[in-house]
Design a protein around this ligand. Structure first.
Ligand code: GLY
Length: 386
């Protein structure tokens, strides 16, 4: 067999999840790791705002996901430090800034009060604020803000910097990056044994990790019933620049529900202000529309009127990979040899450290860690491959 055509672990998809799994597996001592992606470090994280918000983004009925999100949030600082060191000094933009979630009208306030009560029942750290208290924390908030929550442990990271650092860390850990498409999953008997690349080359592997975001289930050769359809949920997002004279402008993440739409503003230490995001289910379309930009600016202006003074420097759209229950698929699938790390929906950036650690643990020991058990891909298996 030619050198480099067999991998111990072959990761399909070089977004932050796939790269982090490869890097952490290498950190755990595994060798012969390869990642297949035409553009490693691309994908949804290049668009995402990078809010690390397990508490303020909590949804009813998603307590197992909360545990996973909290576990990831807790390991973020160490993960970011280790990644900076492993990438030769790349900053990830990790910032421990906290989040305020604010209400603009009495319906929003009711929704936030219920969220606050839910936080209380789960023992989460979340402080109720009057409108005045919210504006004292963030003076740029509109005078009409009716109250809100202060969550000191919901932070942020810069997805672009994170992705760039992961590419470098993988290269420095001797992870082979194949900058091409995975054209087909190769299955022999009842086992995944590798992939055929877009170049026609074949890569065999002991284990294939599928981390291709909203395209994971579309990999040709994947037997029917192993993975559910992962739906692409488009998010349009804006990047503004805060000139030095206006800083700090905002000191922490600001979230709100405006007429039922979730809106957030994420101020980075380097002066970038990210405003997101729309949520649209229209297939694999990443067109930025006038309507999407208009709605984001209209709602953000209602929340923080001063944004109209800031230069708008970029608009973009990405695809969140949504599983049928909006929770990720982590670990071995019903097809021996095939492992999933996909379906992270709104939480890919947040869940990167914990996903990478859980998958690396599984790849090293062959045992699924308890924290990953609720997220077994087999919960969706409709047919066990023959
Ligand atoms: N987690 C933020 C978003 O999905 O828009």
């Amino acid at each position: 067999m030619a050198a480099g055509t067999h991998a111990h672990v072959l990761v399909v998809g070089g977004g932050i999840i796939g790269l982090a799994v490869a890097w952490r597996a290498a950190r755990r001592g595994l060798t012969d790791i390869a990642v297949v992606d035409p553009d490693p470090g691309g994908g949804a994280a290049r668009v995402a705002a990078g809010m690390l918000a397990p508490v303020t983004e909590l949804q009813y009925g998603e307590e197992p996901l909360l545990r996973l999100g909290m576990a990831s949030n807790e390991r973020y600082a160490a993960f970011a430090d280790e990644l900076t060191e492993a990438s030769g000094g790349r900053d990830t933009g990790y910032r421990r800034c906290g989040t305020v979630a604010v209400a603009l009208d009495s319906d929003d306030r009711e929704e936030l009060r219920e969220l606050h009560a839910f936080h209380g029942r789960l023992g989460l750290d979340s402080q109720w604020l009057t409108g005045r208290e919210a504006r004292k924390l963030e003076p740029m908030l509109a005078p009409g803000v009716r109250g809100g929550l202060h969550v000191t442990d919901d932070h942020q990271v810069d997805g672009r910097r994170l992705a760039a650092a992961l590419v470098l860390a993988c290269e420095r850990a001797d992870v082979r990056l194949h900058r091409t498409e995975a054209a087909e999953l190769l299955v022999e008997g009842d086992r995944a044994v590798g992939v055929r690349l877009g170049t026609g080359e074949t890569l065999t592997a002991d284990r294939v990790v599928l981390a291709a975001g909203s395209r994971s289930h579309l990999l040709p050769g994947l037997p029917a019933g192993v993975l559910p359809a992962i739906r692409p949920v488009k998010g349009q997002i804006l990047r503004l620049r805060i000139p030095p004279a206006y800083r700090p402008f905002l000191s922490r993440n600001v979230r709100a529900v405006v007429r039922g739409q979730h809106l957030y503003l994420v101020p980075r230490e380097d002066g970038e202000l990210v405003i997101g995001a729309t949520s649209e289910e229209q297939g694999y379309d990443t067109t930025v529309t006038a309507g999407g930009v208009y709605e984001l600016l209209r709602d953000a202006h209602e929340l923080v009127p001063g944004i109209t003074e800031l230069p708008l420097v970029e608009t973009s759209a990405g695809l969140r990979p949504g599983s049928p229950d909006n929770a990720p698929l982590l670990g071995p699938t019903a097809l021996p040899g095939l492992v999933a790390a996909t379906g992270h929906y709104r939480n890919g950036v947040l869940l990167t450290p914990v996903t990478a650690d859980l998958l690396a643990e599984y790849l090293v020991t062959g045992t699924t860690p308890a924290l990953a058990e609720p997220f077994s891909p087999t919960r969706f298996t409709t047919k066990v491959p023959a």
